[in-house]
Ligand binder design. Structure first.
Ligand SMILES: [Ca+2]
Length: 288
């Protein structure tokens, strides 16, 4: 991205202006690498808490209607929020290849291994600003990573544990991204965990928004539900909510390193594209 000045500046002048040129390059590099972390308070859960987020939930009476399920299929009998926790450097015995924490020192875990037909929801609304524009393409982005871990008791699809993740523009209620799956759902490349548990390793999501979204309110929603019959659990790990790239890796990635990762780093972009292509998941707009 930086063009050299070779051939334009003589040896003597190059020596004279070298500090200035180096300084300019470093400044430009700093600008290009400047992380856009404007959106979402405590989006990486590095406060070791859910500060900035709203936890809620209740009881799962089962999904409404028949497949394919959408957000309109989700029913929650209002009640106390389901379980939630912040995890650090742990190994999940039910999903041993998930690297935790995903980014920084802490990752959020919604719901847990236990049953009870409980639902945990996590929501945050924030305003998109110019600071959320990625220098690589000049467009605002919302990025995060999630990894669902759910028991698969082979109930009817509408009674299985499930997860839901969505990014919504409140200005026009448009769904910018959503992902829904119940445990063991056909077509989702679940990995086999311990016993009857199924899981996905962290999925890196990159939602590209139009410039017209600057100044508009964006709502994030994450839902993790036990099975509707009460005997089986399910949870989802989430991390890295913001506009900066979610760096590759996990398992204790230093936050400082993550924040210094240039937004246009080819390796990071390549890995992101590769991961997205690998799972072949796309944002769906089909929402009732
Ligand atoms: Ca984190």
């Amino acid at each position: 991205m930086f063009k050299s000045n070779r051939g334009l500046i003589g040896t003597r002048r190059k020596r004279l202006y070298q500090p200035v040129i180096v300084g300019s390059l470093l400044f430009s590099l700093a600008l290009a690498s400047a992380p856009a972390f404007a959106i979402f308070t405590n989006g990486g859960f590095e406060q070791n808490s859910f500060a900035g987020w709203t936890l809620a939930g209740g009881v799962n009476p089962g999904l409404l209607g028949a497949e394919p399920f959408t957000s309109a299929s989700i029913q929650i009998i209002p009640g106390a929020p389901g379980p939630s926790s912040i995890v650090g450097a742990i190994t999940d015995p039910l999903a041993p290849t998930i690297l935790l924490p995903r980014v920084g020192q802490f990752t959020a875990k919604l719901n847990d291994e236990g049953g009870g037909g409980l639902v945990t929801t996590l929501v945050q609304v924030d305003t998109l600003t110019n600071a959320d524009i990625d220098a690589a393409d000049g467009l605002p982005h919302i990025r995060f990573a999630f990894a669902p871990v759910m028991d698969d008791p082979s109930h009817s699809p509408n009674e299985q544990p499930y997860f839901y993740v969505a990014v919504k523009n409140l200005a026009d209620d448009s769904i910018l991204f959503e992902q829904f799956a119940y445990s063991g759902q056909t077509g989702v490349n679940f990995l086999n965990g311990a016993g009857s548990w199924k899981y996905l390793e962290f999925q890196n999501i990159d939602v590209v928004l139009p410039l017209s979204a600057i100044g508009q309110q964006i709502e994030l929603t994450v839902i993790a539900a036990d099975c509707a019959l009460g005997g089986h659990g399910g949870y989802v790990y989430v991390d890295g909510f913001g506009s900066a790239n979610v760096p590759p890796g996990g398992g204790g990635t230093a936050l400082a390193e993550a924040r210094e990762l240039p937004v246009d780093q080819p390796l990071a972009l390549g890995l992101l594209v590769g991961l997205l292509a690998l799972f072949g998941w796309r944002a769906t707009r089909a929402i009732a």
